[in-house]
Design a protein around this ligand. Structure first.
Ligand code: NAD
Ligand code: DAU
Length: 342
């Protein structure tokens, strides 16, 4: 049995990864190590709880003592503060978890001599309006979140060079799918469309993101963990670049259809608001390296993936109603209150 410490396993991508990996590999035992911040939710893993190959430990990746007491053969590090807008409001937790937390995990991996897969992001490359990012593109992070992830990537690199750590880095584009916290664009548009609330679109709505279905990302992380070469970086994406306003429109049309409403009644909710500070104009990933060297390919068609995602949110109202609590609404008010007043 391969014992894997999955950090941040109660978040959006981590919980999708655990569900996927337990099903795909009968020889994986997974320890989900998560601090349960506002973004961590054990409800995401209800179906895994009955598996003898799944266990959960509540903890902070900055807690060396706690980590040293756990037995495992490899680490996959999803744990992070992940939302760009929150990093603009307060960068401190981003530096603590994404930089110091990763440093702490690297030390533990070094002591053990175990494999370390660091889950990073295309945001470390900054913004592109032409060429897609390759693994050799320079790191030009523009938000405190992106800078904290780039810093952690640099630390991983230094441990590979200095301590011969068996590490790999993945850098993925924007994920969407079930269990995504409602602060992110796609679930925010779905939920506001279901609840007839204004849809805040930053700036002119022409910023481009490159969308990938979360399970395709999970399959890629798994392929790198199993077959990736130590010391390598792998970009992950599904060549699906789209301006924000087009995504918003596609989602609202589909939500209107599901609700039996005419499209216009939801499209009129679109509200252009003050832009995000330092807003990257475009992301685009070249996934050629992982496709050619590991034989991974994205499988989900974007329109089917969006349909599936909308249906998941419609079918899981209890899941998101519990999140739309006072704490989340306080954040929502800080983030959008003034913006939506115009
Ligand atoms: P998320 O915010 O949904 O989940 C993060 C999880 O990490 C939560 O369960 C949280 O409780 C946990 N966590 C936070 N701080 C912790 C700490 N100090 N110790 C232990 N656990 C802690 O994030 P996500 O969208 O699932 O992203 C997961 C990873 O993937 C992140 O590293 C992110 O940078 C990266 N990534 C995300 C995307 C995306 O589109 N969401 C794309 C590329 C890369
Ligand atoms: O590219 C990978 C990154 O994708 C990950 O590293 C991050 O963890 C993840 O949060 C995501 O970052 P983005 O900032 O691109 O995602 P977000 O969903 O916040 O925003 C997507 C786009 O939509 C972006 O151009 C900003 C815009 N937007 C977002 C929100 C929340 C709006 O126009 N209105 C909004 O209310």
């Amino acid at each position: 049995m391969m014992k894997i410490l999955v950090t941040g396993g109660a978040g959006f991508i981590g919980s999708n990864f655990i569900q996927y990996a337990l099903e795909a590999h009968s020889d994986y035992a997974i320890i989900n190590f998560d601090k349960l911040t506002y973004a961590g939710n054990l409800e995401n893993l209800k179906e895994c709880e009955s598996s003898e190959r799944y266990s959960f430990i509540k903890g902070d990746i900055g807690d060396r003592k706690l980590l040293e007491g756990i037995e495992f053969d490899g680490i996959i590090n999803f744990a992070a503060e992940s939302h760009v807008d929150r990093s603009i409001l307060d960068a401190q937790p981003f530096l603590e978890t994404n930089i110091m937390g990763t440093y702490n995990l690297l030390e533990v991996a070094r002591q053990r001599g175990c494999t370390f897969l660091h889950v990073s992001t295309d945001e470390v490359y900054g913004s592109t309006e032409k060429e897609p990012f390759s693994e050799d593109s320079p790191l030009m992070p523009n938000s405190p979140y992106a800078a904290s992830k780039a810093s952690s990537d640099m630390l991983v690199r230094s441990y590979m060079e200095t301590h011969n750590l068996k590490a790999m880095i993945t850098r993925c584009s924007n994920n969407y799918g079930p269990y995504q916290f409602p602060e992110k664009l796609i679930p925010l548009v779905v939920l506001n469309g279901l609840n007839d609330k204004p849809i805040p679109v930053y700036g002119d709505g022409m910023n481009v993101r490159d969308w990938i279905y979360v399970v395709d990302h999970c399959r890629a992380v798994d392929a790198v963990f199993q077959k990736g070469s130590v010391g390598e970086i792998y970009n992950i994406g599904s060549r699906n670049e789209c301006p924000n306003i087009d995504i918003v429109t596609i989602i609202l049309r589909k939500v209107a259809d599901k609700r039996g409403l005419d499209e216009e009644s939801l499209l009129k909710l679109i509200t252009y608001v003050e832009d995000r500070k330092g807003h990257d104009r475009g992301y685009a990933i070249d996934p050629g390296k992982i496709e050619e060297s590991l034989g991974w390919k994205p499988e989900m068609d974007f329109y089917q993936g969006i349909e599936k995602t909308i249906e998941w949110y419609i079918a899981h109202e209890e899941w998101w109603q519990r999140i739309l609590t006072r704490e989340y609404m306080r954040y929502y008010d800080v983030q959008y209150g003034e913006r939506l007043k115009g």
